[in-house]
Write a protein that binds this ligand. Structure first.
Ligand SMILES: Nc1nc2c(ncn2[C@@H]2O[C@H](COP(=O)(O)OP(=O)(O)O)[C@@H](O)[C@H]2O)c(=O)[nH]1
Ligand SMILES: [Mg+2]
Length: 334
């Protein structure tokens, strides 16, 4: 890892200098406003280049970079690498994060701040307002029991609390009680709920709800090993102008979790939501899945309570959580 600081009058000029000096693969780790010795305002930009590491390939083009072998950690070369490894972060990602964070820590940042900066570069965190555009429906997809319906209810109630109008649709007519679960929330919110089976019914429901600011579409859980179920959902959603969030349980084993963004790629998820953060002490799976898929992350859920157990995930909160070694209450002495 080569780390260098640059002074530039503007960010545009700074980026030009960084690229000229460190090449196209340089990453900006931090920038802050400073005064130069002659009293002028300037930007101090900290940039880094790791000659050994090529950028991670996009998930659509490459096989998943996380193999069982990548989970076997050689002797960790630092405390941070050891900590990340204990969370189940795969070895290549672990080394990449640890090296970048340590280089920053060497320049005076705390390890937690350095980790936050590096995570901020490697994972695309988005603010909630950017995850859902007004009048553009949000479809929640994911494996069975991931927490789609519960998360959808949390998001809808959150929007309603902020004074927005909402609309609710479910395509989950597969599981017994699937539609009934959302109907309970719809009744509590005094909203109609549309249960739809065909593309025509879905379009009709979306048209009926076109004046609502935030429309949420729940779907049946999909086992991606059953290709026909994936194809059926793709057909149902075909042509629908919407954003799609893939809900992934954070407590799945990390190798399985890593395969899911690719398994669901045909449904074109635009963002990841991690559920059940409260049911695991290991955060490696979510780091691996977010880094490997290149999909932005916004929300996580950490409990069954609706609507309370919803949190915004960002580099700071994730870094804070990662800095604590995984703990299991049942292993702690009384
Ligand atoms: N502990 C925990 N349980 C959750 C969370 N989100 C959902 N659940 C529970 O997981 C189960 C499945 O949730 P559901 O929303 O029906 O999943 P779906 O099949 O994807 O729609 C229910 O018992 C939920 O209460 C979470 O963040 N933490
Ligand atoms: Mg459901």
């Amino acid at each position: 890892m080569r780390l260098k600081r640059f002074l530039a009058p503007t960010m545009t000029e700074g980026l030009r200098i960084v690229k000229a000096e460190l090449g196209e693969n340089a990453v900006i780790l931090a920038s802050k406003k400073v005064r130069t010795h002659d009293g002028k305002q300037a930007l101090e930009i900290t940039a880094a280049i790791d000659p050994a590491s090529a950028p991670l390939p996009p998930v659509q083009d490459e096989r998943n970079p996380f193999t069982p072998e990548s989970m076997v950690h050689a002797t960790p070369s630092s405390e941070l690498e050891h900590l990340l490894g204990s969370h189940g972060v795969s070895m290549p990602v672990c080394q990449k994060i640890a090296r970048a964070a340590e280089a920053l820590a060497d320049t005076g940042f705390s390890t937690e701040d350095a980790l936050e900066m590096v995570l901020g570069k490697m994972v695309g965190f988005v603010r909630p307002a950017q995850t859902q555009t007004i009048h553009r429906p949000l479809i929640l997809i994911g494996p069975t029991g991931a927490g789609k319906t519960t998360t959808l209810a949390k998001l809808a109630i959150e929007r309603r609390r902020h004074g927005h109008s909402i609309g609710l649709i479910t395509t989950d007519t597969y599981k017994i009680g699937g539609a009934a679960q959302l109907r309970i929330y719809a009744e509590a919110l005094k909203e109609d709920m549309f249960a739809v089976k065909t593309p025509e019914e879905l379009h009709a429901a979306l048209t009926a709800l076109k004046d609502k600011e935030y429309v949420f579409v729940d779907t049946a859980g999909i086992n991606p090993f059953e290709k026909s179920r994936l194809d059926d959902l793709a057909t149902l959603l075909d042509g629908v102008e919407a954003d799609t969030a893939l809900v992934l349980p954070a407590n799945l084993n990390t190798l399985t979790l890593n395969t899911l963004p690719q398994a669901f790629a045909a449904l074109r998820p635009s963002t990841l939501i991690f559920s059940k953060l409260d049911e695991t002490a290991h955060l490696g799976g979510i780091i691996n899945a977010a880094v490997g898929s290149h999909l932005p992350v916004c929300y996580a859920t950490d409990g069954q309570r609706v609507p309370q157990d919803l949190l915004e995930l960002d580099a700071q909160s994730l870094s804070r959580r990662l800095m604590a070694p995984p703990r299991h209450p049942w292993e702690e002495s009384a």
